[in-house]
Design a protein. Structure first.
Length: 63
């Protein structure tokens, strides 16, 4: 990436991941604008990370 660019999807890039990231980015930027913070933030954006959350149900892990 060059100036002003960032890696925003880690791992395999798929149409579904791009769609999710576009939706999340829209929500995030809209929220900044709604709270009059957009012009005060130097950089803002969402990133999609290949992380699985872990929970416990009974005696077993769930992902």
């Amino acid at each position: 990436p060059g100036p002003g660019l960032a890696i925003r999807i880690l791992g395999e890039i798929t149409k579904e991941k791009v769609r999710i990231l576009q939706e999340v980015d829209h929500i995030f930027i809209s929220s900044l604008r709604e709270h009059n913070l957009y012009d005060d933030v130097w950089q803002a954006g969402a990133m999609l990370l290949p992380v699985q959350s872990v929970g416990v149900m009974g005696d077993e892990r769930t992902y």
